[in-house]
Design a protein around this ligand. Structure first.
Ligand code: NAD
Ligand code: IPM
Ligand code: MN
Length: 366
């Protein structure tokens, strides 16, 4: 079969990790008889430099015309890059948010899984890690604070900034349903995370999630306040199966969850709408501190490509082949710098590799 993949390499480590994912996809194509046609789409800082805006209408059209989009990351150092002197709507991140909204990508799946081979990279104690953990963060992606009205103005001579957090019951219902459906295929537990002790949007969230839960009696269900959840994620991550939450909380909790799996460089993601289309990207950013050094971990991007095969193309055995190759490469002791054992942990049989070597060794194991 032939698949048209839009590719947003983006900024920083984006191009470095995307080229490894394409390498692995091409290996899958060869082995299983598929063709992946790539169309490069400009977004983020590189688009600002080339066109003056972070995402053009042509780029949106190219993404829509693709069967799915594979992305690296966008953005620069927010303290020093000239991109952050531009008006907010002209900065790199505005491109990503516009694309998510334009494609209605409301469901963001971020699977945080601790490979047993990586337990030495996990900062938690062995007794907390136990047999490891495996959770899916379901993050609402097109509502909440990210898309509310915002402005900065002078009120009575004082500079005042406002961001608004709005959710409609429909926005909550559709992500909640997706969360319960996914839980049914996993360990059948949903933890809905909110701040209902303070926020109206969270109180509506709770009410709607409770209504949806009634349709999934086989799934156990609990509410948890977000501050407690942040604490429970490091106290006892094994308790979680599906974490269902709104946009901003999901952003923060997924970075936290990534670290308990060893590194942000391991956390893949899929952003889905109601069709087969999806945008697949690592959950981390453009890592300006290591960009250009060739040392970034490409595994999150490679696993995102596997999610693309599974969710958009229904190529389950091909996705399994990538995931198994990642498992093998870790079992064989290959590590990028970010997933090297923590100081004091055993490191016998571990070889430090760079981005391209990691891609090559995964490809060899396909
Ligand atoms: P970041 O995720 O880019 O980096 C945080 C830390 O994690 C850095 O030390 C970095 O080196 C490390 N890291 C991230 N990915 C890694 C990988 N694959 N391998 C090894 N180490 C990795 O977060 P930040 O520094 O806060 O943000 C940098 C820029 O990225 C900002 O402009 C931000 O807006 C943008 N960003 C983009 C996306 C995206 O495109 N989806 C996501 C998050 C942040
Ligand atoms: C992510 C990123 C984005 C977000 C930024 C770059 C807008 O942090 O995908 O997690 O906050 O959603
Ligand atoms: Mn984030």
């Amino acid at each position: 079969m032939e698949f048209h993949v839009g590719v947003i390499s983006g900024d920083g480590i984006g191009p470095e990790v995307v080229s490894e994912a394409k390498k692995v996809l091409d290996g899958i194509g060869k082995k299983f008889g598929h063709q992946f046609q790539y169309t490069e789409i400009l977004m983020g800082g590189c688009s600002i430099d080339a066109t003056g805006v972070p995402l053009t209408d042509e780029a949106i059209a190219a993404a829509k015309a693709s069967d799915a989009v594979l992305m690296g990351s966008i953005g620069g150092n927010t303290a020093t890059s000239p991109w952050y002197k531009l008006a907010p709507e002209l900065r790199p991140e505005a491109g990503l948010l516009k694309l998510r909204k334009a494609l209605n990508l409301f469901a963001n799946l971020r699977p945080a899984y601790l490979y047993k081979e990586l337990s030495a990279a996990c900062p938690l104690r062995a007794d907390i890690i136990g047999d490891g953990f495996d959770m899916m963060i379901m993050r609402e992606l097109t509502g909440g604070l990210y898309f509310g009205e915002r402005h900065t103005e002078e009120v009575n001579g004082v500079m005042t900034a406002t961001d608004t957090l709005t959710y409609t019951e429909e926005e909550i219902r559709r992500i909640a349903k997706r969360g319960f459906e996914i839980a049914q295929k996993r360990r059948k537990k949903v933890t809905s995370v909110d701040k209902a002790n303070v926020l109206d949007s969270s109180r509506l969230w709770r009410k709607i999630v409770e209504e949806v839960a009634k349709d999934y009696p086989d799934v156990s269900f609990e509410h948890m306040l977000v501050d407690n959840c942040a604490m429970q994620l490091v106290k006892d991550p094994k308790q979680f199966d599906v974490i269902l939450t709104e946009n901003m909380f999901g952003d923060i909790l997924s970075d936290e969850a990534s670290m308990v799996t060893g590194s942000i460089g391991m956390l893949s993601s899929a952003s889905l709408n109601d069709t087969k289309f999806g945008l697949y990207e690592p959950s981390g950013g453009s890592a300006p501190d290591i960009a250009g050094l060739g040392i970034a971990n490409p595994i999150a991007t490679i696993l995102s490509a596997a999610m693309m095969l599974r969710y958009s193309f229904d190529l389950d055995k091909e996705a399994d082949a990538i995931e198994n190759a990642v498992r093998k490469v870790l079992a064989d002791g290959y590590r990028t710098g970010d997933i090297m054992p923590q100081p004091g942990e055993p490191n016998e049989g571990i070889t430090k590799v760079n981005t391209a070597q990691m891609g090559d060794y995964i490809l060899e194991r396909i």
